[in-house]
Design a protein around this ligand. Structure first.
Ligand code: C5P
Length: 422
């Protein structure tokens, strides 16, 4: 069945020459099985007659926010709630600016502000308008808005005679883009059904082991991966607690975050939070050793050499998996050499269900890998019920995207495992 079947789509049309392409787009949407309501900005009506869209969609076309007759039928808020997806093609620089700043001065921009549905924008404008600082500034603002997706503009000859970026994408690529997004939304929905009521406990960041009041032992972990996993798990519908060492990141929205400093504190906090946890994910770079004793006063440099005696920290992950054998446990292996071998050894020795291996250090261009970088690549080893170990590669991408992929993979493995209580 088509992913568009019975999907409720608002097709927004702004005032630009490319509005003629929206007619074909509407035809394709209807053909694919979507229910479409067309909303035009007042200036769009200068380019294509509403009657064309009405005839193709089978629904009255709306453009006036203050149309009493239309509001008596489906009011603008109902219209905003009705939509599964809003697609604006073409979207002009003017409407981009309004959406970016939350201005709602016509029906289309009001519906955008009042709707929780994902929004796809297919810009069309003169190349200079597209490149202008003001427009680029508005486009930049969309980067942090997860519900807004941009397709295009394409390069090429423009109606005004210029050549450059600003042509609206063609209807077929727009359809494929919408289809991919609908697919993602469907996957997200099924993920959130599977994670509903599930409790995840995640450790993140480094730990700090104090030597004296001013010095400590720690490592380069930024906590970015663990925080991204916590956010992805929450967005996917799980109840999430995060136990974090000192990092400069803000706690993800919706996640219960507990800050600790040392490995011993992290161990204690984890065990306090362990009740009813379904999945434990240890991303923290826990210091392996701590000073036997923390000096109460600053150590003075009176000697030519000095020795600090260290003692091993408890292995939080190994202790958790030994303590509760019904818990689904996921570990991380950050290694500079023999990555896959060490990762599999840890899967075995810590008795885990899954381990995510990532290379740390610097790549051939001197870029930081794993720790402290914004991107990462993971190799996952999962223990199956049969005892077989499967290997999956999650290719290099942003830590946010990687976290989403990892959560999906964890849910698949968790569902297949005997530890799943459903
Ligand atoms: O043994 P290693 O430190 O390389 O293992 C890494 C995995 O074990 C990570 O998942 C890390 O969060 C976890 N770990 C832990 N407590 C420790 C050491 C590591 O939970 N003391």
């Amino acid at each position: 069945m088509s992913l568009f079947q019975d999907k409720k789509i608002i097709l927004g049309v702004c005032g630009g020459v490319a509005a003629y392409k929206s007619v074909e787009l509407l035809r394709l949407l209807i053909k694919a099985g979507a229910q479409v309501q067309v909303v035009m900005t007042p200036s769009a009506e200068q380019f294509v007659a509403p009657m064309t869209f009405q005839a193709l969609s089978g629904n009255p076309v709306r453009s006036d926010l203050f149309d009493k007759a239309a509001e008596a039928g489906m009011g603008h808020i109902e219209l905003a709630r009705w939509a599964d997806l809003i697609l604006i093609a073409p979207v002009t620089a003017n409407t981009i600016a309004k959406i970016s700043r939350g201005i709602a001065d016509n029906l289309l921009t009001t519906v955008c502000l009042a709707s929780a549905a994902p929004l796809i924008l297919a810009p069309a404008m003169n190349q200079q308008m597209w490149r202008s600082e003001a427009n680029q500034d508005n486009i930049q603002r969309f980067k942090s808005r997860t519900s807004i997706h941009l397709i295009g503009p394409a390069m090429g000859e423009q109606a005004c005679g210029d050549n450059g970026p600003g042509r609206m994408e063609e209807p077929e690529p727009i359809m494929r883009f919408c289809e991919q997004l609908l697919q993602q939304l469907q996957e997200q929905q099924s993920l959130s059904e599977q994670l509903k009521g599930k409790k995840l406990l995640i450790t993140a960041g480094p730990t700090i082991e104090d030597i004296d009041p001013v010095r400590y032992i720690s490592n380069r972990s930024s906590g970015k991966m663990g925080y991204a996993i916590a956010q992805a798990a929450y967005e996917a519908g799980a109840e999430v607690s995060l136990i974090s060492g000192p990092v400069v990141l803000d706690a993800p929205e919706g996640v219960d975050c507990y800050k600790i400093r040392s490995a011993l504190q992290m161990h204690k906090r984890v065990f306090e939070q362990l009740d009813n946890v379904d999945i434990f994910i240890a991303t923290a770079a826990v210091a392996d050793y701590r000073p036997v004793a923390t000096k109460a006063q600053k150590i003075k440099k009176t000697q030519d050499s000095m020795t600090i005696e260290l003692v091993k920290n408890p292995d939080i992950l190994a202790d958790v998996s030994a303590h509760n054998k019904k818990l689904f446990t996921v570990g991380f292996a950050a290694e500079t050499t023999e990555l896959e071998k060490y990762a599999q050894d840890k899967l075995d020795s810590k008795n885990l269900d899954m381990i995510a291996a990532n290379r740390v250090g610097r790549d051939s261009n001197g870029q930081s890998m794993g720790f402290n970088s914004d991107t990462n690549e993971l190799i996952l080893f999962s223990k199956q019920q049969s005892g077989e170990i499967t290997r999956t590669v999650l290719p290099k991408t942003t830590k946010q995207q990687l976290a989403r992929e990892l959560i999906k993979e964890i849910v698949v493995q968790y569902k297949n495992s005997h530890k799943n209580k459903d």
